[in-house]
Design a binder for this molecule. Structure first.
Ligand SMILES: NC(=O)c1ccc[n+]([C@@H]2O[C@H](COP(=O)([O-])OP(=O)(O)OC[C@H]3O[C@@H](n4cnc5c(N)ncnc54)[C@H](O)[C@@H]3O)[C@@H](O)[C@H]2O)c1
Length: 386
């Protein structure tokens, strides 16, 4: 029997879900029984699919077994909770919630209803993660010193103008939390936390944030994050992330050891082994389990573990909450930023960002400590978690 599915949010990233649902429908594994989107169904929704404006209207007529939540971040928790309370398992896009409180209410709903909730940090399905773990355990790079998430991306004005919530920290009373660390490059942080064994909040002692923006937005578009473990002597997770680079490079999570490093390209499932001089010694590509397929497999056979259950995002949610609790991101001065292109394609380029992000990571203390001329100690805040 095909599993009945409803999709919330059919525009934007919902299109990726519609593509996957088309494949799984063709295989007879799922049946898309309804969608909900206040903007109306996007053109990729198969003709004849019942379309509603809200989840409540959808649930008044349908009882899906699985609900996919691919909507703005601040709507995730209320929609996922309503869906679980209706008896559905949920696939919720990342980040799962716009703060620790909303996240805790999702966890409470999952345990009260007994429903499964898979979080769409799709790199959690990468077989590169266990493979990196194997290579570390085999002593390939000596002792692990730190985990580095590094993202040099480019986002245009059009990206931040595409929807009302883009680039906001809050919208009135609503927590939006749409910064570089919590949205476009969130996978780098979640993958690094996963590799470091810091993806559960109880393993984290402090989180350091250093947040800036060059785009005319409220949220951070250039950030340094440091996550220190509760267990003393264990390596930290560091992240240097921007969407203000001159060109977009493949983001990485690097496990730095005393005798080399492992560079994991988490969007491509590729791993490079580097010697202690930084030269690539070997490379390999791992496979990937699709997290939605994994949710279906788990429903069919509960001994199949969810690869990205809610609790494995509690560490990431603590990072998101620290970013929300941090002072407003510091606006970068005009002298540090060059704008390239025009109109919707215009994008800021932060001076020497590739150099300063490497320096922020290798020093372990961020941009200001590394001496970036546009950075300031005032932007640094340490948050105690446990
Ligand atoms: N996994 C990934 O790699 C990845 C990539 C991009 C975006 N995302 C996530 O996908 C989600 C959506 O992001 P986006 O960029 O597509 O946003 P978007 O604003 O472009 O699209 C969101 C869609 O949801 C609809 N919507 C809004 N409120 C709704 C509600 N209450 N009920 C039903 N539909 C509603 C909107 O009309 C729109 O069609 C976010 O959580 C984002 O972080 C994930």
């Amino acid at each position: 029997m095909a599993t009945t599915v409803a999709l919330l949010g059919t525009g934007g990233y919902g299109r990726i879900h519609l593509d996957r649902l088309a494949r799984l429908s063709a295989e007879g594994r799922v049946e898309l029984i309804a969608v909900a989107d206040p903007a109306g169904p996007s053109e990729l929704v198969p003709a004849g699919t019942p379309a509603h404006a809200t989840l409540d209207a959808l649930l008044a007529e349908h009882s899906p077994e699985v609900v996919i939540v691919s909507t703005p971040i601040h709507t995730h928790a209320p929609l996922a909770i309503t869906a679980m309370e209706s008896g559905a398992d949920v696939y919720v896009e990342k980040p799962p919630a716009a703060g620790s409180e909303a996240f805790a209410s999702m966890q409470a709903a999952a345990s009260a209803t007994g429903r499964s909730c898979q979080v769409g940090f799709q790199s959690y399905g990468s077989l590169g993660l266990p493979r990196v773990g194997e290579l570390v355990a085999a002593g390939t790079i000596g002792e692990v010193v730190r985990y580095e998430a590094h993202g040099l991306w480019l986002r245009t004005n059009a990206y931040y103008q595409r929807s009302a919530w883009a680039g906001k920290r809050r919208d009135g009373d609503v927590v939006v939390a749409d910064g570089v660390t919590t949205n476009p490059l969130s996978h780098s942080v979640s993958a690094a936390l996963h590799l470091a064994g810091l993806d559960r909040v109880e393993t984290i002692s402090t989180i350091t944030t250093e947040l800036y923006h060059a785009h005319p937005i409220e949220a951070d578009d250039t950030s340094f994050i440091r996550v220190d473990p509760v267990e003393t002597g264990q390596p930290p997770v560091l992240a240097a992330l921007t969407v203000c680079a001159a060109e977009q490079l493949n983001p990485t999570v690097t496990v730095v050891g005393t005798q080399g490093a492992l560079r994991f390209f988490y969007t491509k499932d590729e791993i490079e082994v580097l010697d202690d001089g930084g030269a690539v010694v070997s490379s390999e590509r791992a496979g990937r389990v699709d997290l939605f397929d994994n949710l279906l497999d788990h429903r069919d056979d509960p001994t199949v573990e969810l690869l990205s259950p809610l609790e494995r995002s509690s560490g990431f949610t603590a990072v998101l909450q620290a970013i929300l609790d941090a002072p407003e991101p510091t606006a970068l001065s005009d002298s540090a930023v060059t704008w390239q292109d025009e109109g919707p394609k215009a994008h800021p380029v932060l001076a020497d960002i590739a150099h300063w992000s490497r320096a922020a990571l290798s020093g372990g203390r961020g941009y200001a400590a590394a001496g970036a001329p546009w950075a300031s100690d005032d932007a640094v805040k340490v948050h105690r978690v446990n």
